[in-house]
Design a protein around this ligand. Sequence first.
Ligand SMILES: C[S@@+](CC[C@H](N)C(=O)[O-])C[C@H]1O[C@@H](n2cnc3c(N)ncnc32)[C@H](O)[C@@H]1O
Length: 372
Amino acid sequence: MRRNLARVLVASGTASYFGRVIKYIGSKRKLVSRIVALAQAIPGARTALDLFTGTTRVAQGLKQAGFHVTANDLATYSEVLATAYIATDARRVDLDALDAHLVELNALDGERGYFTRTFCEEARYVQPKNGMRVDAIRARIAAMAVDDTMRSILLTALLEATDRVDSTTGLQMSYLKAWSTRSHRELRLRRPLLLAGAGRAIRADARVTVRQPDGYDIAYLDPPYNQHSYFNNYHVWETLVRGDTPPAYGVARKREDCRTTKSAFNRRLEADGALAEVLGALRARHVILSFSDEGFLSLARLREMLAARFGEVGGIAIPSKRYVGAKIGIHDLRGVLVGEVGHLENTEWLFVAGPDAMEIARAGTAPLAEVA
Ligand SMILES: C[S@@+](CC[C@H](N)C(=O)[O-])C[C@H]1O[C@@H](n2cnc3c(N)ncnc32)[C@H](O)[C@@H]1O
């Protein structure tokens, strides 16, 4: 085993990355440029795996930088986003046909269905007028004679449009007592900002994907770092893209399978073993790992794991504001403040592991050109 060579570098400014914003806790939207700079500092790297891709922000950044990217996640909504943004080569999409579909979908009248009843009447995710349009558009997309690529692009447009008129603070676990300002707007689908180039989308447990024979120059790992389940927090998107009608429970009207769909990374006692398993099986020369200083695993333990498998380790610390819910405070189900807000800052860590990792980490702290 090589000696742990981790050193700490601190980066404050992060360049923003263009692309549409969707609300996702832990999205690395603001760190994409820095992660891409790290990847570009790895000599000869051409292929990348984004193993916990979520919104696909990082995968999009890597694809734009010229990497062949494989984007993996457990969630169906993430697979849909990855199919649209990563697996689809924008140059091969019939944009006239896409625009015609968007015009047709935007012109549909609303119809009251499962989405409206469950998320707009039994809950307050979006206003009923927009929920009815979601129901009508979702049904029409299901009936269209289009291939999987086009369907994923249209579902991405619907997911993003719904997110723009929701009434949440970013989580689909409870909804605002008074309708948010944006929820009064009319739901409107826009053409997703598709990217040129080839890529792959996979929906699978990270521990399964890393056991496949494929190798990568770089693997980017952004696993959940605490007990909060993404499947639960974004259950409305899961239902929206699946187009199913599961029994729902609780104030948030979560899908019944939220009770049983759990990730090992959300369990304090399993997270260590799950990450060790992933790192052990990963076929990559370099790893870039995101983690928070508030996670289940200590920074020392992360460094130890990375060093054991990849040798040299470098680390970049990025001070970060906590999510908006933390600022608002802890409320009970009636909206009454019942808990005090803790500290409002945490530190996001970016570890790089593999040959010359410290040199690469140093390149990652250099000032970045604004991409937008
Ligand atoms: C911190 S988020 C990633 C955010 C992403 N980097 C972005 O910028 O949007 C963690 C992701 O891991 C996914 N996930 C949780 N457990 C997983 C598992 N066992 N295998 C694969 N993905 C998993 C969640 O669905 C979630 O999208």
